[in-house]
Write a protein that binds this ligand. Sequence first.
Ligand code: C2E
Ligand code: CA
Ligand code: CA
Ligand code: CA
Length: 278
Amino acid sequence: AKKQGKGCAVLFDAAMRTDALRRLQIQTDLRWAMEREEFQLYYQPIIELSTGKIAGFEALLRWEHPQKGFISPAEFIPVAEETGIIVALGEWVLREACRQLHVWKEKFISHSSLMMSVNLSSQQFTADLSQRIDQILRETHVLGRELKLEITETAIMADPQLAIATLNELKRREIKICIDDFGTGYCSLGYLHQFPVDILKIDRSFVNQMQASDKREIVRVIVELAESLRMDAIAEGIETKEQYFLLAQLNCKYGQGYFFSKPLHPNEAEQWLIGTRK
Ligand code: C2E
Ligand code: CA
Ligand code: CA
Ligand code: CA
């Protein structure tokens, strides 16, 4: 037994070293990835559940590494945050998503109310964020009210006072604020009504277990909470028709998930706007 234990430890060490090496490699390669134009945005349709119509897209970052292939944002975003690269990368994401939105609005005039959602890392939450966004909106001819920013509870709670000040600045520009992964982090209800938040995004861990009544009740409570705070609710990770119907029944306003569409290459996303996908 002792021998086996030791063998395990050796294997474990080797695995840890491989992980550490990969992380280090990612950290190094991230520095060049932007210049080498290895990043791309994919777009996942957001659906208005009562009509089934597309209301907008969430921009999701993709990194195609020259040797390692596609690396998940779940893996490289934390590294980009640790190294601080996320600030420049996040700004690129904002600019690219706005540029794309403007192109689509010019091309598909019937989609004049289309919104673009962009994920924001806590490190982008700085005092000059709104000025940086002003600049991007001016450059790309996008209006504040066409932009939605997704922020996690954790990012807000890291510095609630800074968050309130920054969010109020964004609100003045009519930018919509969405709390991402709602229900998984720590967000005091006492704070929630102080934040100028427009949308609560119900985490996929609740949505994809809605057949269980306890999870369904959590979803119901979040939808009702949103309603009583005059916010909208959006459900992420909808994978089945049953989940879709249950959410529509609960009057959840928006939804997204593989049931409607996975995140799409811009060319595929256009098919939704042309109307060949509805
Ligand atoms: P998130 O913001 O919660 O994004 C939703 C994730 O769920 C995406 O993973 C999406 O592809 C995936 N997803 C969508 N529908 C379904 C579904 O029906 N079932 C399942 N199982 N998954 C679904 P992705 O694209 O790998 O992104 C992972 C996370 O990386 C994001 O989670 C977000 O936290 C972060 N991320 C992605 N792009 C950016 C970005 O531009 N900036 C920042 N700061 N973070 C980003
Ligand atoms: Ca998100
Ligand atoms: Ca989410
Ligand atoms: Ca998430």
